[in-house]
Design a protein around this ligand. Structure first.
Ligand SMILES: Nc1ncnc2c1ncn2[C@@H]1O[C@H](COP(=O)(O)OP(=O)(O)O)[C@@H](O)[C@H]1O
Ligand SMILES: [Mg+2]
Length: 264
């Protein structure tokens, strides 16, 4: 039986992009995330909020097997994507990450041109047609709200961009692979307020085509951009609901205390 404070989406009314069933994460012997079962609706934004160390990144990383890269980490339970448990050993994790992309906290563009940042992986996957590549560069930069600012400088080094522009380039790079789900771990935490607003606008633009799951400790951001919010505390998903419910009438006192700023 699911936890009664964790909203279960009705799959007749909501299209589920992916879901976890009893996902539990250990670092060595230490349990960092208690069994978590959660569903993510397609073309919606879900925020994961909670204090530092509450397990948000640990949970997010499990969604596209990024914990495979973390020494000592082990992930139990099922992660269902397109009817497949992608937490199984025999799953091709590179293929999985093409469908479930990720944007990190610190912008991490390659030290290459803006154009190359977006086309690098595509070329490696065998795409050669210049027109096709040009078109992808233009569409993804438009979707990432960066095209107008860089369209005349596509051959300039990505490292010459501002932090906020670099982060939007990383978003463009992630969506160039045409993922289905986009995971973002505090994508705006290293950015100034104006760049943060741009990233939020970008996320809202992307919602038409992508399912987005974002970790943020900025509660205003969660309430501005997301449709659903999950509150984590000490390695446990305490409450999951529609964002407006989490912020106006949460069911659990701990959630109420957190969203009203009494701790964290
Ligand atoms: N690579 C790691 N090795 C060992 N412990 C870790 C590692 N990453 C995170 N942890 C621990 O797991 C818990 C959850 O961390 P994390 O998921 O990063 O929290 P959040 O993203 O909510 O700040 C914390 O106690 C943290 O110290
Ligand atoms: Mg984190």
């Amino acid at each position: 039986m699911a936890d009664k404070y964790i909203l279960e989406l009705d799959s007749n009314k909501h299209e589920i992009a992916m879901e976890t069933k009893n996902v539990q994460v250990f670092y060595g012997e230490k349990e960092a995330l208690e069994k978590t079962s959660m569903q993510f609706e397609r073309y919606k934004i879900t925020s994961l909020i909670g204090s530092s160390g509450s397990g948000k990144s640990t949970f997010l990383r499990s969604l596209n097997r990024m914990n495979d890269n973390v020494p000592g980490a082990s992930v139990k339970g099922e992660i269902i994507y397109r009817g497949l448990d992608i937490n199984k050993n025999d799953i091709d994790i590179y293929e999985t990450r093409k469908h479930i992309g990720m944007v990190f906290q610190r912008p991490n563009p390659f030290s290459k041109s803006i154009y190359e940042n977006i086309t690098f992986a595509l070329k490696r996957h065998g795409m050669k047609d210049k027109n096709e590549l040009d078109e992808i560069v233009e569409t993804t930069l438009k979707q990432a709200s960066l095209w107008e600012q860089v369209k005349d400088d596509l051959n300039k080094s990505a490292l010459a961009l501002s932090g906020g522009q670099q982060q939007r380039l990383c978003i463009a790079r992630a969506i160039a692979m045409k993922p289905d789900v986009l995971l973002m771990d505090e994508p705006a935490s290293a950015l100034d307020p104006i760049s943060t607003a741009n990233i939020e606008e970008t996320m809202l633009n992307l919602k038409d085509n992508y399912t987005i799951i974002i970790v943020t400790h900025n509660m205003q951001q969660a309430s501005r951009v997301s449709d659903y919010t999950a509150f984590f505390n000490m390695g446990k998903a305490v409450e999951f609901d529609e964002t407006r419910k989490i912020f106006t009438r949460p069911k659990i006192q701990l959630t109420e205390d957190y969203v009203s700023g009494h701790f964290g």
